[in-house]
Design a protein around this ligand. Sequence first.
Ligand code: GCO
Ligand code: MG
Length: 402
Amino acid sequence: MKITKAAVNVCSPGRNFVTFKLETDEGLYGLGDGTLNGRELAVVSYLTEHVIPCLIGRDPFQTEDIWQYLYRGAYWRRGPVTMSAIGAVDMALWDIKGKALNTPVYNLLGGKSRNGVLVYAHANGADIEETIDAVGRKIGLGYLAVRAQSGIPGLDSTYGVAKGNKPYEPAERGLPSESLWSTEKYLRSVPDLFERLRKQFGEDVHLLHDCHHRLTPIEAARMGKELESHHLFWMEDPVPAELQEGFKVIRQHTTTPIATGEVFNTIWDAQELLREQWIDYIRMTVTHAGGLTALKKIADFAALFHVRTGCHGATDLSPVSMAAALHFGMAIHNFGIQEHMPHNAETDSVFPHGYAFEEGYMYPGDTPGLGVEIDEKLAATYPYQRAYLPINRKLDGTLFDW
Ligand code: GCO
Ligand code: MG
């Protein structure tokens, strides 16, 4: 079998998605997600100008060789744009492989290791009362694990809290909006939120929280300690992770489990965190980590150090990436949990798919390959729109981490 054609589709059914499509001389095609939130067209150009011409004529079964060709062959390694482009190609190749062998992708990754993929939902509220209600609604929908983010008293808007009645969406059309930040106010409010949530919902539900890289190691250590009695499933991205050693301080002070890695793109971003056992969950995605080929190796390496996966699954990852994550989560042994933010109805109709949610778990379905399609005609009715993630400033105006 040979690759005969490749193209990139950009659409915006509510938010932007970059979808890569590979076609073969045997009439099979594969899809991959290359969406990099807020920097979508950089990946499109990388794929169109630099990658597609090199793929024509290759054997799509050579997932390993093509991965190495794109990673080593470019000379310029790593980085979110490069790795999302490689991720998109790799996903499409596995999709083709599954279709050619007439089997779902999870069977190519080791087969089923579990009955379903445990997922966590998002619950957001402007204040503690609203967040408690939102968590209750997610539990009512059948979720067994819920991430809770609440507005902070004294701050107008903050990470994870939706504007108006719309679901929280991590990108906005137009230029970046700005929010205000106070670590002091944040550190005072989070323990109260989880105390109230445990009182209300008991110990059975898994509760998670995302700090979104906003603390220093010693602040994160304090927060982890104060949250210990509320038994969080994890505290996510407590600090920016460029300095992997920063996690050592947190680890020395608290038993609250730690997750990080949604912005990582290769094993080199995490190898010290893993080797030193400073984290409990690694959150890299199939898209941004360079595809299933790379993520499988990362998960196997993490397994040596008792680290499980907790892949990023926000709405800025398309249904193609979601499907890949579910096949992956079904197959690997050290799966921990998968993030699940349901896409809007427009996105679901542009990307018809076989995966489904039921009673706390998701299932990739048994369609050969990844089990996702793209309706290109419909996609064309939702053209690309420039959009950005917000930025964040401290109360005195200093630009801060978002
Ligand atoms: C999460 C994330 C998202 C990201 C967004 C970036 O845990 O789901 O932190 O909200 O910020 O996906 O593109
Ligand atoms: Mg996060």
